[in-house]
Design a protein around this ligand. Sequence first.
Ligand code: SAH
Ligand code: SF4
Length: 410
Amino acid sequence: MSLAVSPMTAPAAEPVLRRPSLVGRTRAGMAQALAEIGVPEKERRMRVGQLWNWVYHYGVRDFEAMTTIGKGLRAQLAERFSLDLPEVTAEQVSTDGTRKWLMRMPPTGPHDRGAEIECVYIPEVDRGTLCVSSQVGCTLTCTFCHTGTQRLVRNLTTEEIVAQLMVARDGLGDFPNRKPPEGAFVPNDGGRLVTNIVFMGMGEPLYNFDAVRDAIDVIADDQGLSLGRRRITVSTSGVVPQIGPLGEEMGTMLAISLHAVRDELRNELVPLNKKYPIKDLMEACRTYPGLTNAKRITFEYVMLKGVNDSDAEARELVRLLKGIPAKINLIPFNPWPGTKYECSDWDRIERFSEIVFRAGYASPVRTPRGRDILAACGQLKSETEKLSARARLMLEQEQPAEPAPAVAAE
Ligand code: SAH
Ligand code: SF4
């Protein structure tokens, strides 16, 4: 498969502390910015509404474009703040239309170069799904997941989470009066280009609860990025005490990374299971706020050859989910260098899926997308460093438009 890498901007040799960006801020965060430049309290609510509209509805990148705001205030804002998005160090487009952006977050201090994260866009005919990260790396150590082997871990801020959607909309031209890049694969039903968000990139979202909640508030707000809560799915490896609060405070769809039906095996695959075993996890699912047949929980199950893919396990899975409005998502394991696991054979996946289907569950097997750009789940890790090193090299050699050598994906 061919691969196109387009390095975007040259990374600064020395990190420069920039004016703080207003992009990604909550209403309270924007009000705080207005307070800092002396906007009277009684005016702030109205001003926040205006800023939100320009930033999130129109996607403007320059205070000058905010024509409903007086010149004086625009100048004050521009002096103290920016509307910068994180620096996009490379954009990759897969042969199947999947896109991946590598982005560098603004430095948090003079010695920080800024965390790098990835964000993946998966277009279909009638929808466009954006896979976002909630942390850089992950403190959990699921044995089949590449992210879990990354050492550097920190929580992303609310702004950094929202910024991933802003970068995607900006890159896709998904704002009024903007167009997608020539030849881009995007949904063709005339609606928005990013219609769904899944928190299935790097990190455990329920370990960064407050920032994820606030980011979802901005994303789901009608006056914000206006993407309904039912189109947002938070995936967790099973942080049981936070599952109820997730439903109450975020009201999104829930996905559970189950992967095994017995504690002994799940302890090994998802070590968090030792703390919150399957029984407790199922109980939290049964009582998930707002659960109905129209709002089902998705159970993710990664297919590992000879490990969790037997007929008996498929039947046990069905028994385990009895009484829970559920969808089952079978994920072909996505191998990474050094892993001890292999993906189940195709006929095994089909057989497993058949058993689950006969029991009345839709059990789509997630088609691997964007494999040539290492865009799949569990792959969002150190390839970042490798790819950005390549992007840097290309910039140094001043050949930004050259296609990169093919990446060994599998
Ligand atoms: N930490 C959260 C969300 C991020 S992981 C969670 O674990 O749910 C998103 C999904 O990708 C999870 O279902 C995870 O189990 C799956 N995943 C991780 N590594 C994978 C791999 N190598 N192949 C396929 N899926 C993988
Ligand atoms: Fe973390 Fe999820 Fe990967 Fe487990 S599967 S290590 S929880 S990102």
